[in-house]
Design a protein around this ligand. Structure first.
Ligand SMILES: Nc1ncnc2c1ncn2[C@@H]1O[C@H](COP(=O)(O)OP(=O)(O)OP(=O)(O)O)[C@@H](O)[C@H]1O
Length: 428
């Protein structure tokens, strides 16, 4: 179907790369900005958007990605997602927005797709300091992108080590407050009285040992972001004081009479189920509603195992920039078997230890020691009802045995009654 010339001219005048796709995902037009960014050779006209952007042979939603075309088609409303797209520069993070166009009968017949580059290749280079490209990671990133520039309080939910603090920093960076302070407060580490004086500050002589007036973190965060980490660990008596600060934006220093005001953006985080705590009466309902306007869940590593190679490359680069160390295929598959109850932090610690144990440039499975126990028993240990090929079972057993012997292959070969060479072969 030829598109009206006026529409093509309008698209050409717009600064961001845009294409027009039909209901069969076929690209009907590409504007001047698109042709500049993505090149014209070979022409994309007539190809499908999933072929061009993802090199898929099926629509994204059939390949585990969220498809904005599908969402816009179903809802009739614009739809926005973050994807990794192939570009002439390699794969890059792109925010994709689909705008459905209706015909005179009200049926959606075309979509205008707008692309905005977020910067950062879909390699180990972090976007907003965070590494990943799995669908669940990109969905989370998209929520941060949307919420970042606003003033809405954000509640980050996720297990320990999933990157909640990194996400809070990303929100700060995305906000107009980025040049003002980012102030983290750990609600779990402090005794009740100390929490209050940390958050609100105290006057000189307010209590024994208060020899100086102290500025509270709420005051430091004025104009910036206050990040309340592990908010679910805050005792009820402190919750009420925090609520007052959040509702009125005012507080008093401990021992002070003056009412002070602070204007901060609130980001809170917890690994706990706050709704459940509200039902149990251990977390105030009013505080919960105050902080949970926009919850964002950080996916645990076991739900995004496809991000492991990227994360490993990123962490190795950070931990040992002067060495070019990588993981053997067997070591990577050992990682894939693990559930990572400690998430990215556990992965980082494992790699840090492995770097000390490996002399060469290759990390082998026996250098990966100290896996945290998984509450569910994990996948590393073959469940009784799991049927796996014998060779795989043997390989898993040997890796675990080697771990227990601290990577001493000679000792393991002796204990097994086989030669070291045979052991080496079986471990591969
Ligand atoms: N997506 C990611 N990309 C790169 N590094 C990450 C990512 N997620 C987490 N990390 C790293 O993992 C470690 C733990 O992250 P962080 O402290 O943000 O987790 P957390 O959820 O706040 O943990 P906790 O709840 O225990 O405080 C940090 O070293 C962080 O840099």
């Amino acid at each position: 179907m030829p598109l009206p010339t006026e529409l093509l001219q309008l698209l050409d005048a717009l600064p961001e790369p845009r294409i027009v796709v039909d209901t069969a995902y076929r690209i009907l037009a590409a504007n001047a900005a698109y042709r500049r960014e993505f090149g014209q050779d070979p022409s994309v006209i007539g190809q499908t958007c999933y072929q061009v952007s993802h090199h898929f042979d099926r629509p994204c939603d059939q390949c585990g990605e969220s498809c904005p075309r599908q969402q816009a088609w179903e809802s009739g409303c614009p739809s926005r997602v973050i994807h990794c797209h192939h570009t002439p520069r390699g794969e890059e993070f792109v925010e994709v927005e689909l705008f459905p166009l209706r015909d005179a009968g009200g049926n959606t017949t075309l979509f205008v797709e707008t692309m905005r580059f977020l910067g950062g290749k879909c390699l180990p280079t972090p976007v907003l300091g965070m590494v990943g490209r799995s669908p669940s990671f990109l969905q989370m990133l998209e929520l941060l992108e949307r919420a970042g520039p606003s003033n809405t309080p954000i509640l980050l939910l996720g297990e320990s080590g999933t990157g909640k603090e990194l996400a809070a920093q990303a929100l700060h960076q995305l906000s107009p407050r980025r040049d003002r302070p980012f102030v983290p407060v750990d609600c779990s580490g402090l005794p009740e009285t100390l929490f209050e004086s940390e958050l609100f500050g105290h006057e000189k002589g307010a209590f024994t040992g208060a020899t100086q007036r102290k500025t509270g973190l709420a005051e430091v965060a004025d104009g910036g972001t206050l990040f309340l980490d592990e908010i679910g660990d805050l005792p009820l008596t402190q919750q009420v004081k925090l609520l007052r600060l959040l509702e009125t934006g005012t507080y008093r220093r401990v021992g002070g009479v003056e009412t002070l005001r602070s204007d901060f953006r609130l980001v809170a985080a917890t690994h706990r189920d706050l709704r459940c705590m509200v039902e149990e009466g251990t977390f105030r309902r009013d505080l919960y509603y105050r902080i949970s306007a926009f919850p964002v869940r950080l996916p645990p590593l076991r739900e995004r195992r496809e991000d492991l190679p990227l994360l490993v490359a990123h962490l190795l680069e950070r931990l040992a920039p002067q060495r070019s160390v990588r993981l053997s295929a067997a070591a990577m598959s050992r990682l894939r078997e693990h559930d990572f109850p400690g998430n990215v932090r556990e992965l980082r610690n494992l790699l840090e230890r492995a770097l000390l144990l490996a002399d060469g440039e290759l990390i082998e499975p026996w250098h990966l020691t100290g896996f945290a126990d998984s509450p569910s028993g994990g996948r590393a240990h073959t469940a009784d009802d799991e049927i796996v090929p014998l060779a795989e079972l043997e390989r898993r057993y040997l890796h675990r045995a080697l771990e227990r012997l601290g990577g001493d292959k000679k000792a393991l070969a002796t204990r097994l009654g086989i030669s070291e060479r045979t052991l080496y072969r079986k471990l591969r």
